[in-house]
Design a protein around this ligand. Structure first.
Ligand code: SF4
Length: 432
């Protein structure tokens, strides 16, 4: 782990030395606890302009000793706590997490890889998930009843997951039932199947489990849509419109049969005929990290590096995916770079922490982020070694801080939706 080449280091250098480049917010130089006691917000970074739900979890004040400790002191304290806790705790670090935190992770990967990786540690009583809320919820739902899951900063939500709340989805579902009825067609296909992206609340996964629906990841979205089309005439896809559109388009669904559902409008802003003709109804949600990537950035990369291989994440808008050479999940991106011949050049459209880490890990390649402005995920940013030290030392003292718990009434149906996904593509489960 090369902390000297981390995104945090780059942000501090950009602020101090006026090096080439810029950040999307001057507030990124501040430590995340600066924002915990302010009015709820996602904090600086890509989601800073997104409206945050009023009921979003808040993080209480981090004790002063953790806010004032130097990086070296936090390092010693985290290592000491981990050594004391041994196998009783497993620490997970998402690909988009800062290197200053990822260096302590026992596993690094995407959200579902990590939830599964934790299961390979049977002695772990506690899972510390250095990621965001929906990831900790998924880990809790997949973990044993005697295990607890901790999110080091409770304000680390996900702006995209927050764009589809359970009440709005239920309202949408009722409107669609009024329009379509509930009877299957002659082939036994129900009028509509709900499909939720892994990046959604546990409540939405539970909703899918209760209503014949399924969960997908960015790796298996096409397989999951095939599963849904075998059982339903249409799909209601939430919360990420871009993953839904990019996947359905690649499967040959015409754009005019993919209307958008805006939860603030009657019938989502559509008429009866459009919804009747729909194959995929896309929820009006998006990831503000991936929305930053543009076709202009891809064109500029091709001018600067004629041999460049442009790979973007399917959460990017459709024109960006169309202009790229390839698109795929974080796992796809990591594997593509690992398999490339030395001297390859990559322009990557995903979160900057992962891109910069890959650039440091593969010095034989030229790897850069499509967006030259440093703009990390706002909610991943809310996790910092100070919080990690605080929750780990709490465990040493016998206290479980910041536990994330999903009620059994949600876990049960959500697991059904997750199991359908695994049955649709058994090899979705993979260790990090
Ligand atoms: S990168 Fe986007 S989808 Fe992932 S946690 Fe951040 S806001 Fe959510």
């Amino acid at each position: 782990m090369t902390i000297t080449s981390s995104v945090d280091t780059r942000i501090q250098l950009l602020a101090k030395d006026g090096q080439d480049g810029s950040t999307c917010s001057p507030d990124l130089v501040n430590e995340p606890w600066t924002f915990d006691l302010q009015a709820p917000s996602y904090g600086p970074g890509a989601s800073m302009a997104d409206p945050i739900p009023a009921a979003s979890p808040r993080q209480g004040e981090l004790p002063e000793e953790y806010r004032t400790a130097s990086a070296a002191e936090l390092h010693e304290r985290i290592l000491a706590a981990k050594a004391t806790l041994g196998d009783s705790v497993v620490t997970l670090g998402h690909f988009y997490q800062r290197d200053e935190v990822v260096q302590y992770a026992d596993f690094v990967g995407d959200s579902f890889q990590l939830a599964n990786a934790a299961m390979t540690k049977p002695n772990a009583k506690t899972i510390v998930f250095c990621g965001v809320t929906f990831m900790a919820e998924t880990a809790d739902m997949l973990s044993r009843p005697d295990q607890s899951v901790i999110l080091p900063n409770l304000a680390a939500g996900c702006s995209m997951a927050d764009m589809a709340d359970i009440d709005s989805v239920r309202e949408c579902w009722e409107q669609l039932a009024d329009l379509y009825g509930t009877e299957p067609d002659a082939d036994g296909r129900v009028p509509v199947i709900p499909v939720t992206y892994m990046n959604s609340s546990a409540a939405l996964k539970g909703f899918c489990g209760e209503n014949g629906g399924i969960v997908c990841t960015s790796s298996n979205a096409e397989t999951v849509l095939e599963w849904a089309f075998e059982r339903g005439q249409r799909v209601l896809f939430f919360p990420d419109q871009h993953l839904g559109r990019n996947t359905a388009k690649a499967m040959g669904v015409p754009l005019e049969q993919m209307p958008m559902w805006n939860p603030r409008k009657a019938l989502g802003g559509n008429d009866d005929a459009t919804l009747t003709d729909a194959r995929v109804i896309l929820w009006h949600g998006f990831c503000s990290v991936h929305k930053r990537f543009t076709v202009d950035q891809i064109e500029a990369a091709r001018v600067a590096y004629p041999d460049v291989r442009v790979i973007v994440h399917p959460e990017c808008p459709m024109p960006v995916v169309d202009a790229a050479d390839e698109y795929g999940s974080t796992d796809y991106i990591v594997k593509a770079i690992a398999a490339a011949p030395a001297g390859s050049t990559f322009a990557i459209g995903t979160e900057i922490n992962l891109v910069q880490r890959l650039a440091a890990e593969y010095p034989q390649h030229t790897i850069f982020c499509l967006d030259s402005v440093v703009c990390p995920c706002s909610t991943m940013y809310r996790v910092h070694p100070g919080y990690l030290a605080w929750v780990l030392e709490g465990l040493v003292e016998g206290e479980v801080r910041n536990q994330v718990t999903v009620p059994a009434s949600v876990t049960e149906p959500a697991r059904i939706a997750l199991e359908r996904m695994l049955a649709a593509k058994p090899n979705t489960t993979m260790a990090a």
